[in-house]
Design a protein around this ligand. Structure first.
Ligand code: SF4
Ligand code: SF4
Length: 289
């Protein structure tokens, strides 16, 4: 059976949180955008349903926070029920009520949870993780490595079990990678031993499986190779869309995001994450142990 990873990002671009570095902070959903998002999500799920011969891994990478919306909770439930879907992952700030989890398949569902200390108390975030644990859900936890947040990073590290991996994303300020001091890098690497891997990679002409084993789909059904190369290469509305799935070198100079460079062949994500690279769970949960 053919396997394919699909990163879905619809029309949604709103968030209930207000992180000061984020363009989606506290943006309200307009009726038009909501309608577009509902149609896009419905068409996407139908498309997955229509391809029972493909084994899908689906990763929701919304602009903003999607899990607070019932339509996304229902989308997760529906996709998890499909026999041709082996895994469904979603990026979330974990702010929403988690009652809907009772109906969901903990073998298929995964969460990429980011703690935002300016927006929620640590105790509440940890309580949400405990609910995920009660439902035996699989997830990763992380934070943005903003220098002003180093104390909160330490606090989260202490609040987690020592064997739980905590990823740190390199901070980007005004579209530029923040220049950490050596001391700051040492601190962040103590927290996340894989932190040094979260950096820009020179990728021009290098082989990358995005476009062959993974694609992105948007609310119009347009297919792109990855989130970082803007050319539309096909559409889920076309028959024969699978013909676009070919191996080709990267055409961007750099790739600096986890959900991109894990597809780069030379990154060798399998050696670090086995088959849990997208949900960002390393082979041995805490790589320091
Ligand atoms: S939680 Fe995420 S999407 Fe929402 S404002 Fe913060 S960084 Fe942006
Ligand atoms: S290396 Fe990054 S930018 Fe290049 S094709 Fe792969 S995912 Fe896309």
């Amino acid at each position: 059976m053919k396997t394919l990873t699909v990163l879905y990002r619809g029309a949604l671009e709103t968030c209930n949180y207000a992180c000061d570095y984020c363009p989606f902070a506290k943006r309200k959903e307009t009726p038009d955008k909501k309608q577009q998002d509902i149609i896009g999500l419905t068409n996407f799920i139908e498309w997955i349903t229509r391809h029972p011969h493909i084994n899908f891994t689906i990763f929701f990478t919304p602009w903003g926070e999607a899990l607070v919306f019932k339509r996304y909770q229902q989308a997760l439930a529906k996709l998890c029920q499909l026999s041709n879907v082996s895994k469904v992952i979603i990026q979330t700030n974990l702010s929403t009520k988690l009652d809907f989890l009772t109906e969901l398949d903990n073998q298929k569902l995964r969460f990429w949870c980011t703690y935002h200390p300016s927006e929620t108390a640590l105790v509440r975030f940890i309580k949400q993780l405990k609910i995920l644990n009660q439902h035996q859900m699989i997830y990763s936890v992380g934070m943005v490595g903003k220098p002003e947040l180093f104390d909160e990073i330490k606090q989260l590290r202490h609040a987690l079990s020592p064997n739980d991996y905590l990823w740190i994303n390199a901070y980007v300020e005004d579209n530029k990678a923040y220049q950490y001091s050596d001391e700051q890098i040492i601190f962040l690497t103590t927290i996340d031993p894989l932190f040094p891997l979260n950096k820009p990679y020179k990728t021009l002409n290098l082989p990358c499986t995005a476009g062959e084993q993974a694609i992105t789909v948007d609310e119009f059904g347009d297919i792109r190779r990855c989130h970082f190369i803007k050319n539309v290469i096909g559409s889920i509305k076309q028959t024969g869309w699978q013909r676009i799935l070919t191996s080709k070198p990267c055409t961007n100079h750099y790739c600096d995001c986890h959900i991109g460079y894990v597809f780069l062949e030379s990154f060798n994500a399998k050696a670090i994450f086995a088959n849990q690279a997208l949900e960002r769970i390393p082979l041995n949960q805490n790589p320091t142990t």
